[in-house]
Write a protein that binds this ligand. Structure first.
Ligand code: NAD
Length: 504
């Protein structure tokens, strides 16, 4: 561990985790990550390639085919997963620091994320012992049908940089509860907290080979996992473009694919809504995690009759949001993850201006001695056809459109390729019900935004994903269903005419 003199920030050194042991990459290569908020190195990590990937998959394969994990009772797996949750809680401060420094995210926010992750591990641990199939006794006197549920096998989990520990916790405990074994590949931009999980799992009693954690680039390690003939399922969270590539790469052995992808999520604000609460949620929805959030409510659809007044409220609240050092307890919005991402955001804002939209607030990089900070941005006079109304910006940029009635609002809301989440602010229950039923989104929030619970499924429709995480059915995604049919008593029916006595 090395300490940066001026900031006092420590750079942590990590190892990958294969077959129950911490180890270096086979090539010996390592890489570093600098804090996007402080411009200093905060971590160095082994750089995996296809050799490490194949080793990790082989360990997971052996642990699945011959190891104890898939054969244990649900109760035993549950006990171990509860221990993991306790240990995450015990080591939470170092996990928080890793995500804050690598991701540039506000420390108060990351504390809540790690607490939420602990809750996910506990929820999955509870579910581990209630997984079972069904019997069918209605098939006739001589038949008994059993539907058994079995773990899918080796699952590769690929995660993005924006919520590293939360997202691995939306997948891994559920795959483990099902009895699967895994290879985990976090993003190369924020791998620290996931790599740290290796020794936590070991301490909790997860057997060797059940969870293998490697970090390398998507084009090498990620691609190899998606193509690998010994991987049975891939669970991916990331951009829609990479998700489509994973579907293609996984065709070789027709692996099961679960995808959590991008979104262009609208919040609809009706004239009859509690406008104070709605304005607060709109600002929170687009600025949370500096807009680098799959659930970012990057589209505001506001009823024309109140649009000027409502946008003035949004502007005022936006100006009050504190942007800056993620280690400062008062910061609400931290840094943009890297220069490429910042350039991309600025490109979208420039494009919106060229298309005729109005940049009411922000629109530029913030002046600061160090770090990558984007000014919270509000863009109005946006029309449905503009790129800013359709593409995921992944930055603190709100695109505001207007509507005249709810049918129009729903038509605009459903008018992109995405379908991750959507929301409505209204005091009319008829409008709330209509929106809840007609919005094409995996989650619809009514008079709230981004509230989530381990009990509630999460995932996207259309190009926002395949499958659902969390909730009772999440474990089912990691399980195969098998029908076992038993015949009872002598077989009386014959397909070929039976042989007469003496013909035998
Ligand atoms: P990304 O798609 O660039 O990368 C995600 C992961 O995939 C990383 O680990 C990366 O190394 C890996 N990867 C890259 N190329 C690959 C390839 N060819 N084969 C296999 N793996 C590859 O996404 P990102 O920039 O890290 O994250 C931002 C995106 O993630 C946004 O689009 C966001 O909406 C989405 N996201 C979705 C959810 C959700 O739950 N729906 C949650 C968070 C983020």
């Amino acid at each position: 561990m090395t300490t940066h003199q001026a900031t006092g920030i420590h750079a942590r050194s990590y190892q990958q985790w294969i077959d129950g042991s911490a180890c270096e990459a086979a090539s010996g290569a390592r890489f570093t990550r600098s804090s996007p908020a402080h411009d200093v190195v905060v971590g160095d990590y082994p750089l995996a390639d296809v050799v490490d990937t194949d080793r990790a998959v082989a360990a997971a394969r052996k642990a699945f085919d011959a190891g104890p994990w898939p054969r244990m009772s649900g109760a035993e797996r549950s006990r171990i997963l509860f221990r993991v949750a306790d240990l995450i809680e015990k080591h939470k401060d170092e996990l928080v620091l890793a995500d804050v420094l690598e991701g540039g995210k506000p420390i108060t926010q990351v504390r809540a994320e790690i607490a939420g992750a602990v809750d996910l591990w506990r929820y999955a641990a509870g579910e581990a012992r209630s997984q079972h199939g069904e019997s069918n006794t209605s098939l006739g006197q001589h038949m008994l049908g059993l539907t058994t549920r079995e773990p899918v096998g080796v699952v590769a989990l690929i995660t993005p940089w924006n919520f590293p520990f939360v997202i691995v916790s939306q997948k891994l405990p559920f795959a483990l509860a099902a009895g699967c074994t895994t290879v985990v590949k976090p993003s190369e931009l924020t791998p620290g907290s996931t790599l740290r999980l290796g020794s936590i799992l070991d301490e909790a009693g997860v057997p060797a080979g059940v969870v293998n954690i490697i970090v390398g680039y998507g084009a090498s390690v990620g691609q190899r996992l998606a193509e690998h003939p010994n991987v049975d399922m891939i669970s991916f969270t990331g951009s829609t473009g990479v998700g489509k590539g994973i579907v293609r790469a996984s065709a070789g052995n027709l692996k099961r694919v679960a995808l959590e992808l991008g979104g262009k999520n609208p919040q609809i604000v009706c004239a009859d809504a509690d406008l104070d609460a709605a304005a607060d949620a709109v600002v929170f929805g687009v600025l949370f995690n500096a807009g680098q959030c799959c659930n970012s409510s990057s589209r505001l659809l506001v009823e024309t009759s109140i649009s000027e007044d409502f946008l003035a409220r949004v502007d005022e609240l936006t100006k009050r949001v504190t942007v800056g050092d993620p280690l400062d307890e008062t910061t609400k919005v931290g840094a943009i993850v890297n220069q490429n991402q910042l350039d991309r955001i600025l490109g979208f804002v420039g494009g919106a201006r060229d298309d005729g939209a109005r940049i009411r607030l922000g629109g530029t990089r913030m002046k600061s001695d160090k770090g990558l900070f984007m000014a919270p941005t509000v863009v109005s006079d946006v029309t449905r056809q503009m790129t800013i109304a359709n593409d995921e910006v992944f930055g603190p940029v709100l695109a505001a459109l207007t509507f005249d009635d709810l049918d129009e609002a729903i038509s605009i809301a459903n008018g992109t390729h995405y379908g991750l989440s959507a929301g409505i602010w209204t005091s009319k229950y008829e409008s709330a019900l209509k929106a809840g039923r007609e919005l094409s989104a995996g989650t619809v929030w009514v008079n709230c935004w981004m509230d989530g619970f381990p009990e509630m499924p999460f995932g996207g429709m259309r190009e926002s994903g395949i499958g659902r995480e969390q909730g009772r059915h999440a474990i089912e995604d990691f399980m195969e269903t098998k029908s076992v049919l038993f015949h009872q008593g002598p077989r009386t029916s014959r397909w070929v005419p039976a042989l007469e006595a003496g013909q035998q």
